[in-house]
Write a protein that binds this ligand. Structure first.
Ligand SMILES: [Zn+2]
Length: 69
């Protein structure tokens, strides 16, 4: 699966998304998502601080998750 089938902007605020932001959205919300949120909107949605999401991204990367290469 490539990133090209996912929209590259946050569907809430329109910010452009990094691969990490797309990856964490898929992990936390929906593995098959084609539209994603930026970290700011996702942290608001989940009620989690942005730092917690960044930690999770690092955690998944260390686990070798292919969404965070
Ligand atoms: Zn956003």
């Amino acid at each position: 699966m490539t990133m090209t089938d996912v929209k590259s902007r946050c569907f809430v605020c329109g910010a452009s998304l990094s691969n990490d932001e797309i990856g964490i959205y898929k992990k936390m919300i929906n593995r098959g998502a084609t539209e994603c949120m930026c970290l700011d909107c996702l942290s608001r949605e989940l009620g989690l601080p942005k730092d917690a999401l960044l930690e999770r991204i690092e955690h998944f990367r260390r686990m070798g998750c292919t969404l965070f290469t």
